[in-house]
Design a protein around this ligand. Structure first.
Ligand SMILES: O=P(O)(O)OC[C@H]1O[C@H](O)[C@H](O)[C@@H](O)[C@@H]1O
Length: 533
């Protein structure tokens, strides 16, 4: 196949590009599938599946219980078109939340709401998954020297990672606004981050509650904590917004507005893309183009990985953001009929041309198990560029590397999609997010899965809870025994059968001296002995 492709005449490729390019001048956006080796007949076969996908999306937008397993509506599209919400109450809730976000952030910027050290200078956002990835992506994509507040994140329960962020905030904790984000309000990593931040405030003698903001569903554990401790502010989150599609809700709007970003433009860009991707004709709909290409490349089974190559540093976190959006939405064991399908599309990537010096070698010459998505940004920078060679700028190089890689991949029979935007700004970032949200929704309909639940995540959470329960049993046995014990002996005394887990727990504790446990290494893990320090 690659030999055939490599001899496709340039003129034919140019004609295919020109005739097939989806573009919208007003939005400053185009989508090119000319380097996806999909014949017209294959295109029409996939296009025939779309009417039912369009109608499912229309029902979803009209307020159907699209997430049947969890009995929920799926309403992230209403966030940028509140008039489309299925009830006047929901419309009013969305508008009120946007109003409150603006009012609060204006008061912070104006110094009407302050920290104990005066006007806020920093934001520490604590969240994980959909409650961190979107805010992090937007913060990085749209950062500038005019940012009103400096952004930091706790997005994990890694003590060392937390310390690193805290050390960077040490001199400005008294002017740091802490925003704790959790839709469910009960996610352990986020709760731990909140407790770590509270401890740091306490150690510095700064009251935490007057500098803390919660974003969560009414009545959640986090909501209760915020209420009972008298936190500065609580913003609502709704059950009809999924975590991975929550970036246009208070989850993404509060941090973005605090940073000083143009949230109206973000919502407008998303809303404009929503209008284009609502169109029920494949040819006219860029999200349908994308979903069609995904279906073709992976044969509707996700057999090829999606490699994201944005040629713009600001978009480096987009692949991380899309990893959750795509993989948590599409990675499902069962289809809607309950049949085992093990669907999904693996997503990875970072940025071009950096990745050309890392893994692009394999993309070009190695396993052909992927399709690439290039993101090209036409505007190089604000202001002019110097020439790095006669008549050539750094931006020309970046373009050259993108175009060259696209060509080289095509010549070795590897499919690629190119998305082009005029520039990276709040409007185009909103549009890109909306494009992928819709493409994921449409693709999920094509393969008949529920894109809006995440049953698999629960298994890991339950297993983690079991390990933590086992830890207290194991510690009790070790500290109440005079002699040191092997993991097998600890397991026996704790009445537990999972010796390997006990070994792992004790080895971890022994590596942290303040936990009071020592390890005497034996020849093998089974011969290691654990005792009181
Ligand atoms: O916002 P939270 O309720 O804290 O959830 C944070 C994240 O954790 C979960 O495990 C889900 O799989 C994600 O979809 C979610 O975004």
């Amino acid at each position: 196949m690659s030999a055939e492709l490599s001899i496709t005449p340039q003129a034919e490729l140019w004609a295919r590009y020109s005739a097939g390019l989806y573009r919208n001048e007003e939005l400053g956006f185009s989508l090119d599938l000319s380097r996806v080796n999909m014949s017209p007949s294959e295109q029409s076969a996939i296009a025939e599946m779309f009417p039912m996908a369009f109608s499912a999306m229309a029902q979803l937008e009209a307020g159907s219980i699209a997430n049947k397993d969890e009995g929920r509506m799926v309403g992230h599209y209403w966030l940028r078109a509140p008039q489309l919400a299925p009830t006047p109450e929901l419309e009013a809730d969305i508008l009120q939340a946007i109003f409150d976000v603006n009012a609060f952030c204006q008061a912070v910027h104006a110094g009407e709401v302050t920290g104990s050290g005066g006007k806020f200078t920093n934001v520490l956002l604590i969240g994980i998954g959909g409650s961190a990835l979107g805010p992090q992506f937007i913060a990085t994509a749209l950062a500038s020297s005019h940012d009103k507040l400096h952004m930091s994140f706790f997005d994990n329960t890694d003590p060392d990672g937390i310390d690193l962020v805290l050390s960077s905030l040490a001199s400005c904790l008294a002017t740091t606004l802490v925003v704790v984000v959790s839709k469910s309000g009960g996610t352990p990593e986020t709760r731990n981050g909140m407790l770590e931040a509270q401890a740091a405030f306490q150690a510095a003698g700064i009251p935490f509650a007057p500098q803390a903001v919660a974003i969560t569903q009414a009545g959640s554990k986090l909501d209760q904590t915020a209420q009972s401790e008298g936190w500065l502010k609580t913003f609502p989150m709704w059950d009809w917004v999924g975590g991975r599609t929550s970036v246009m809700s208070t989850v993404g709007l509060v941090p973005a507005a605090l940073q000083g970003l143009d949230i109206d433009s973000l919502l407008e860009g998303a809303g404009q893309m929503d209008s284009l991707t609502r169109v029920p004709q494949v040819k006219e709909n860029p999200a349908a183009h994308l979903a069609m290409a995904w279906y073709h490349c992976g044969q509707g089974r996700g057999s090829k990985d999606m490699v994201l190559l944005p040629y713009k540093d600001r978009l480096a976190l987009f692949s991380k953001y899309l990893q959750q959006l795509v993989m948590e939405s599409l990675g499902k064991e069962l289809d809607r009929k309950g049949q085992k399908v093990n669907q999904g599309i693996a997503v990875y990537g970072n940025k071009g041309s950096t990745d050309q010096h890392a893994y692009v070698q394999q993309l070009r010459d190695g396993l052909n198990n992927f399709f690439a998505t290039f993101i090209e940004v036409l505007k190089d920078r604000q202001g002019d560029s110097i020439e790095v060679d006669a008549g050539v700028t750094s931006g020309d190089y970046l373009y050259g590397f993108y175009a060259g890689t696209r060509k080289a991949l095509y010549e070795s029979g590897r499919d690629s999609i190119t998305i082009t935007v005029n520039e990276v700004n709040a409007h185009s970032v909103g549009a890109l997010i909306a494009l992928y949200e819709r493409a994921v929704g449409l693709y999920a309909e094509l393969v008949n899965i529920n894109a809006y639940h995440q049953p698999g995540v629960e298994a890991g959470k339950k297993a983690a809870a079991q390990i933590l329960a086992l830890q207290s049993q194991a510690v009790e046995v070790v500290v109440s025994n005079k002699a040191s014990l092997t993991a097998d002996e600890v397991a026996k005394l704790a009445n537990a059968s999972d010796v390997e887990s006990i070994y792992g727990i004790l080895r971890h504790l022994a590596a942290n001296p303040s936990r009071g446990i020592v390890r005497q290494p034996g020849k093998t893990p089974a011969e290691d002995r654990f005792g009181k320090l």
